[in-house]
Design a protein. Structure first.
Length: 256
């Protein structure tokens, strides 16, 4: 594993000779398709070359290593996340759009979850996202280290929600059954166990969660958590917290 600061984005451009048969964009898009189906363990320069019908030479003309290719792929899919401009909508709506878009992107490309924090995320798409998100939070009234803490809080909710949902989704795919079928197969055990855990049994019966579609449960859980976070932040802004920003540094939105 290369040093953390050794990034494809900070390294000087390599001198190249000849004319490649493929563009970097073609290579990155093909890599993303492979990552979406096989994950990071299924990506190799050899397999990617075979997928593109090209030798490794064409790949290496643009991309030196698999690690560099992963950095490029992460930034490419980050470009799928829309972050509204500050002022286009109330800040809570803008943040909700950003958070929902990031969650959707991570569920489309779950391999990204394992890449976050491994290398610096400082590519152009991430920097554009960061610039707009800073604008959103600044317009709301967050400043300095507090803005960074708020950004980290929102991002943590998104990543945490997507991580669990993606893991369950992968398990469902491996089983060859639907989520509803898997849940139904567990019902006899859960009914038996309910006799030993009366509070849990009462909640299951009263909540109606047993009958809900799994996807709706995930969506509602994510939305509920995000709204309660935003409620808390709004209260903090309206109270003494807005004039008592937390001390200490925090990572900038870029790379978090």
């Amino acid at each position: 594993m290369p040093d953390f600061t050794d990034s494809v984005w900070t390294r000087p451009a390599r001198a190249r000779t000849g004319q490649p048969t493929l563009s970097r964009e073609q290579i990155v898009r093909a890599a993303i398709e492979l990552l979406d189906t096989e994950g990071t363990t299924g990506l190799s320069m050899r397999r990617l070359g075979a997928r593109l019908g090209s030798g490794a030479t064409s790949l290496y003309w643009h991309v030196a290593t698999k690690d560099d290719l992963l950095e490029l792929a992460v930034d490419e899919v980050m470009g799928e996340v829309y972050v509204p401009e500050a002022g286009d909508a109330p800040w809570r709506i803008g943040v909700s759009v950003m958070a929902g878009g990031m969650r959707a992107m991570l569920l489309r490309h779950p391999w990204v979850i394992g890449m976050l924090g491994v290398r610096p995320t400082i590519g152009p798409n991430v920097m554009r996202m960061s610039n707009r998100s800073v604008g959103l939070f600044s317009a709301a009234g967050f400043t300095g280290p507090t803005l960074s803490h708020v950004h980290s809080l929102i991002t943590a909710h998104v990543i945490g929600s997507a991580t669990t949902e993606a893991a369950v989704g992968a398990a469902v795919i491996r089983s060859g059954q639907s989520a509803a079928e898997l849940r139904k197969s567990l019902e006899p055990f859960m009914e038996k166990a309910a006799g030993e855990y009366p509070e849990y049994a009462k909640w299951r019966e009263e909540s109606g969660v047993i009958e809900m579609e799994p996807d709706k449960v995930w969506d509602q859980s994510f939305a509920f958590g995000l709204e309660r976070i935003l409620d808390g932040l709004e209260l903090w802004l309206a109270g003494a917290g807005s004039s008592a920003a937390g001390e200490g540094g925090g990572g900038a939105p870029a790379g978090s």
